[in-house]
Design a protein around this ligand. Structure first.
Ligand code: ARG
Length: 271
């Protein structure tokens, strides 16, 4: 009698194991698939008009930021789904919690910190001035009296306002940075002020446009990019850990070298 009930138990138990997928074989054979489906999918928003950080290749959003957020999300155990919504909408989507994370070369500053949470820093940046090769603009001061194109709501706009006045009619604001650059190319503006990496890449990739970059460390501050979350988001802890993990395990350096061809200064970011 005892033997029979044990047998029944054993059959039932192995059936259960097989059904729930807890058996050893099953675990091994589905590892790859489970890794993907276990992670909760996160809605990640960006403005894909800011090469090399985020831009469109066909209808695919690519860039340093995209590889970075993909590595970080995976490290934290999530499945990232990146969507380009435009710059201003990023802030609306995050504030309303319709999106989980924003990655868009977003500078962390005190004003934004009042409304959003940010990860630890992941990139060092500063604004620089994009001008025609023959321009007489040599510093931030020289922007006075000139028409300057900026992307609305960026630190570039804020920096130019600080230099030439907040309501200065000479500041032309555009919904994205590519439109600001177009304005410069069409001679509707004498300069564009935007993040150094973006304007430097533009000059490098478009030699026949005959543009150059002017830097002025007394006019423009150092800035750090961060991932942006809705205020109070529970993701921040996991993501900070994951950013630090990819600093340590070399994944960040690998991605950085792929996009910029040089080693990153991870120590500056961690400091
Ligand atoms: N770093 C600047 C800022 O936060 C500009 C970022 C613009 N990013 C973009 N994807 N358009 O204001």
């Amino acid at each position: 009698m005892k033997k029979v009930s044990f047998f029944v138990f054993a059959v039932a138990a192995s059936l259960l194991l097989a059904l729930t997928g807890c058996g050893k074989d099953k675990e091994v054979s589905t590892t790859g698939k489970e890794e993907e489906s276990n992670g909760k999918t996160l809605r990640i928003v960006t403005d894909a008009n800011y090469a090399p950080f985020e831009f469109l290749e066909g209808d695919k959003v690519v860039g340093f930021d995209i590889d970075f957020i993909t590595a970080v999300a995976k490290e934290a155990g999530y499945e990232p789904k990146v969507e380009s919504v435009g710059w201003d909408p990023i802030f609306v989507e995050i504030e309303s919690k319709r999106a989980d994370v924003a990655v868009s070369a977003i500078t962390v500053n005190d004003k934004r910190k009042q409304t959003y949470d940010f990860s630890v820093p992941y990139f060092l940046s500063t604004n620089k001035i994009l001008v025609p090769e023959k321009s007489d603009i040599k510093s931030g001061k020289d922007l006075k009296g000139k028409v300057i194109a900026v992307q609305t709501g960026t630190t570039g706009q804020a920096a130019v306002e600080k230099l030439i006045g907040e309501n200065n009619k000479n500041i032309k604001k555009f919904e994205n940075n590519n439109l600001a650059i177009q304005e410069l190319l069409q001679k509707g503006a004498a300069a564009v002020v935007a993040d150094n990496t973006v304007v430097e890449e533009y000059v490098k990739n478009n030699p026949d446009q005959k543009l150059k970059v002017v830097e002025d460390s007394s006019a423009f501050n150092e800035e750090f990019y961060g991932l942006m979350f809705p205020k109070g988001s529970e993701l921040k802890g996991d993501f900070d850990k994951a950013v630090n993990a990819i600093y340590e395990n070399g994944k960040y350096a690998e991605i950085y070298k792929e996009w910029f061809g040089i080693e990153p200064d991870v120590e500056t970011l961690k400091a």
